[in-house]
Design a protein around this ligand. Structure first.
Ligand SMILES: *[C@@H]1O[C@H](CO)[C@@H](O)[C@H](O)[C@H]1NC(C)=O
Ligand SMILES: *[C@@H]1O[C@H](CO)[C@@H](O)[C@H](O)[C@H]1NC(C)=O
Ligand SMILES: *[C@@H]1O[C@H](CO)[C@@H](O)[C@H](O)[C@H]1NC(C)=O
Ligand SMILES: *[C@@H]1O[C@H](CO)[C@@H](O)[C@H](O)[C@H]1NC(C)=O
Ligand SMILES: *[C@@H]1O[C@H](CO)[C@@H](O)[C@H](O)[C@H]1NC(C)=O
Ligand SMILES: *[C@@H]1O[C@H](CO)[C@@H](O)[C@H](O)[C@H]1NC(C)=O
Ligand SMILES: *[C@@H]1O[C@H](CO)[C@@H](O)[C@H](O)[C@H]1NC(C)=O
Ligand SMILES: *[C@@H]1O[C@H](CO)[C@@H](O)[C@H](O)[C@H]1NC(C)=O
Length: 780
């Protein structure tokens, strides 16, 4: 029961909260539940009293009067849907019209009252309207960890992403950060049509475009610039494509050369979010422009709860993007470890989960009169003046009763000079818990995980000496505190340690499948580094004097950090394989992903340190060098998604909203979701599904002309499988072979209480492994 309530609350938090500085890491472990609910109340009141911004879809103009080629005509077509009283006044119009979409859909965003919308519904050409939604936002060492090394391998082959343009929709960017300097960078490719809305001098050959989509429109009082105040957008941009910057560190930790995944790729920032969140009407306006500007990759570290694709502006915009060959990469969400919590579930999007790297910012805890018990923990702030040789008294904040275990503001007393144990959660951020301990005179803080988050701890910028420990460690520390009249301990700051052999691990906060909008497509697709990632930041977060005050960095966590890693890697693959479609690049990333960790055992889930399931890791952890040479690819053309959309039982109107073309499912035909030529399988065995299911897949040879692949199967629990043919023999490059897969559920499958099964189908040659994960849901 409690879990269920938690999941509900987290969805609210995810829906509303954006990121301001350190908020993100905390949001990742769902610390903000109560704050979110308060904000929800505020917004609802506000909206009751005034008009709202609506997204309105309309038909393309048909009459001779309007030519879709002309922006002006499109504008007057849109205006014709507004009430006469508005349309007849320029001033009214400027105040009401927010965005006119031109490239990827026919529609607009306008400020309207519900009555005005009802009036509009009767006009010819009207399709649908709904209020805009607010979506929340969801590195030095990671290139090395991912096997990218200067002067060799994929980085060299891909010339570090030279000539590729990555567009990000985010909180803006700090243009003069050294991560975005353009020394030695060529000018943007000739196709680039983007704009720089900073005063011109601030963009350069690295940052080739920067535009703001918040509070635009002629009626707006003042011009806004795409500067980043929150930090999130500078962080994600530099993770995707930051230049090499030496001596990057935060609190002296994680010191090294910072670099993004594609250090020579161009960047374009589309500012759609402020600290609070991102309006989907603005997101759609940015996508409408970015796709026309000429970006090659789009990276969105934001998203809300699952929606049907025809009602999800990110899914609609992404479909327009892939039609132009633009790779589309998104954060999967921070609402784990509960299942069915993903954002951005469409099969034409790459959905990215978050994992740890082998770098830990350690702060251990030693307790007992002889310091005989040691517990591992994490902290970003590593105070140098803390004397670890002196044992201090320990106290459990929970002993003060009344929910004081969460260390809410004002809840602590009599803790002077003590180390206080606080539990995560309760609507208080981890940082704020430290502030309360400090206020009450405490000397240091032990932060103990909730049971559900298990071993997933975060290194954060605490205001006092602190260590974040696992739930299991926390229980033992509590036991020790209650077992003696004079509990004692100290915190040992051991700095940055590289070499966690269990890395990568899935972070507890990383959202999990199954896919709600399309259960027949496995999501997330892959995981990538998203815990304690160092990247560019607009302001100083520590008290260390920096030799270069512009080279400021911060370390934060979230699927927001994992997504731009994959966007940068996709840019490298675009550079080495300019002819590959977005689906082909995604296939290469997925079929070569690692499912084993650094010691060669299955990747574990930090929430319980047990092997991670397929709904947490998808195909596995990205391996960029292997993705560059996948052997075989599963390709898809934009039109291949149409029978799939018919198979989702979307009606022709809904499909038209997604694809912007007239579709008749009665003529096109429908396919089951799992028949889409996707590099994974997600099938459901339930009362309404046949217990024997047949699918096909088609692979294209992008490896050596003559190659032979044999089959290896890991058949899921309670299932039978057969594949035909069992050997794939290629004699040419780009040759395609189709194979058939039959799944057979055993009698009684799903009746043993195990809710799902997993396995894989792998084609292997002497040079390549092409692995597709399989998930089977038993829905009885
Ligand atoms: C452009 O921005 C720079 C830096 O903020 C400023 O010094 C300069 O005056 C601005 N130029 C114009 C034309 O606004
Ligand atoms: C980071 O490393 C460089 C080179 O190893 C060193 O010169 C510098 O002092 C270090 N900075 C910090 C803050 O530790
Ligand atoms: C969903 O979560 C529940 C409870 O956390 C778990 O028992 C179940 O196995 C999960 N189902 C799937 C399909 O992952
Ligand atoms: C607990 O807190 C509530 C409200 O914050 C208060 O009414 C109540 O008296 C408190 N109880 C104790 C035992 O402190
Ligand atoms: C402290 O760090 C060093 C490497 O920097 C490592 O070898 C050692 O195991 C660490 N000790 C603890 C207690 O974490
Ligand atoms: C098509 O589906 C949408 C979304 O479910 C619905 O709102 C609309 O009424 C449907 N249209 C028709 C013609 O059935
Ligand atoms: C199976 O189909 C029936 C009738 O269409 C429906 O009422 C029921 O909810 C379905 N069950 C599941 C598990 O989808
Ligand atoms: C394929 O995977 C197997 C393990 O399943 C491994 O031993 C082998 O080296 C891999 N082959 C290639 C070419 O990576």
């Amino acid at each position: 029961m409690e879990n269920k309530k938690g999941a509900q609350i987290i969805l609210h938090a995810f829906y509303l909260l954006g990121l301001t500085s350190m908020l993100f890491a905390s949001l990742a472990v769902a610390d903000y539940e109560e704050v979110a609910l308060e904000q929800l109340a505020d917004v609802t009141n506000d909206e009751k009293n005034s008009m709202q911004t609506y997204i309105v879809w309309v038909e393309k103009p048909v009459s001779q009067k309007f030519s879709p080629q002309s922006n002006e005509d499109l504008g007057s077509w849109y205006q014709s849907f507004l009430p006469e009283s508005i349309a007849s006044s320029n001033q009214q119009m400027n105040q009401r019209m927010v965005h006119s979409y031109r490239n990827i859909a026919t529609g607009f965003a306008a400020k309207l009252t519900p009555e005005e919308v009802r009036e509009m519904e009767t006009k010819e050409g009207f399709v649908s309207a709904r209020p805009q939604r607010i979506l929340p936002l969801q590195t030095t060492h990671t290139p090395d960890f991912l096997g990218l090394h200067q002067g060799s391998g994929l980085w060299e082959a891909a010339t570090y992403g030279k000539g590729v343009i990555i567009g990000l929709l985010d909180t803006g960017i700090v243009p003069d950060h050294p991560s975005f300097n353009d020394e030695g960078m060529p000018p943007p490719p000739a196709k680039w049509k983007g704009k720089c809305e900073f005063n011109e001098t601030l963009c350069n050959n690295k940052l080739i475009g920067a535009r703001n989509f918040i509070g635009v429109g002629k009626g707006q009082p003042k011009r806004r610039f795409p500067f980043d105040i929150a930090g999130h957008g500078s962080h994600t941009s530099s993770t995707a494509a930051g230049r090499f910057v030496e001596g990057a560190s935060v609190y002296g930790q994680a010191n090294g050369t910072a670099a993004g995944m594609a250090p020579y790729a161009h960047l374009a920032m589309y500012k759609v979010c402020e600290g609070f969140g991102c309006a989907d009407a603005d997101i759609f306006a940015a996508l409408d422009v970015a796709i026309d500007d000429g970006v090659d990759v789009l990276s969105l570290s934001l998203g809300g709860p699952s929606l049907p694709f025809y009602d999800d502006v990110i899914a609609i915009g992404a479909f327009a993007a892939i039609q132009k060959g633009i790779f589309f990469s998104c954060a999967g969400g921070n609402s784990g470890p509960w299942n069915r919590t993903l954002s951005n579930e469409a099969p034409w999007i790459l959905t990215v989960g978050a994992s740890t790297t082998d770098r830990i910012l350690t702060s251990g805890l030693q307790i007992g009169d002889e310091k005989q018990y040691h517990f591992d923990g994490k902290s970003l702030s590593q105070p140098e003046d803390f004397d670890s040789t002196v044992l201090l008294p320990l106290v459990d904040a929970g002993s003060f009763g009344n929910q004081s275990s969460f260390c809410k503001a004002g809840s602590l007393k009599n803790v002077e000079g003590k180390i206080v144990l606080c539990e995560t959660g309760g609507g208080v951020t981890n940082i704020a818990k430290g502030e309360e301990v400090k206020r009450a005179g405490g000397a240091a803080m032990i932060l103990m995980n909730k049971e559900i988050d298990g071993f997933s701890t975060l290194a954060e910028a605490h205001v006092l000496p602190a260590t974040h420990v696992s739930y299991a460690a926390g229980l033992q520390i509590k036991l020790y505190i209650s077992s003696t009249s004079t509990p004692k301990g100290t915190i040992l700051f051991n700095g940055t340690v590289i070499g966690d052999a269990l890395a990568p691990k899935v972070a507890s906060f990383s959202s999990r499948g199954p896919n709600i909008a399309s259960p027949g497509i496995l999501k997330p697709d892959v995981i990538g580094p998203g815990v304690s990632i160092l990247a560019a930041w607009p302001y100083n977060v520590d008290n260390v004097t920096h030799p270069n005050p512009k080279a400021l960095f911060n370390i934060i966590s979230g699927t927001s950090m994992a997504c731009p890693h994959l966007s940068g890697i996709a840019a490298l693959l675009k550079s080495t394989h300019p002819d590959w479609s977005p689906a082909a690049i995604k296939s290469a990333i997925m079929t070569t992903a690692d499912v084993l960790n650094l010691v060669g055992s299955p990747i574990v889930d930090e929430s319980g340190l047990k092997p991670a399931d397929v709904f947490a890791i998808g195909a596995g952890h990205v391996n960029p060098s292997k993705a560059n040479d996948p052997g075989l690819i599963f390709d898809l053309k934009p039109e291949d998604y149409i029978p799939y959309l018919c198979g989702l039982n979307y009606n022709d109107t809904a499909i038209k909203i997604i694809t912007q073309q007239a579709v008749k499912c009665s003529q096109v035909g429908a396919i089951p979701e799992a028949q889409l030529n996707y590099p994974s399988f997600a099938i459901t065995i339930g009362p309404n599904q046949t217990r024997t299911q047949y699918y096909t897949r088609t692979v294209r040879n992008v490896g050596p002309a003559t190659s032979t692949y044999n089959l290896e199967l890991l058949v899921p629990h309670e299932m039978g499988m057969s594949v035909n043919p069992q050997v794939l023999t290629f004699t040419e490059v780009n040759q395609e072979i189709t194979y058939h897969v039959e799944f057979n559920a055993h009698d009684g499958a799903g009746k043993d209480g195990v809710p799902f099964g997993q396995g894989y189908l792998r084609w292997f040659s002497d040079k390549h492994n092409v692995t597709t994960p399989i998930a089977v849901l038993f829905d009885s």
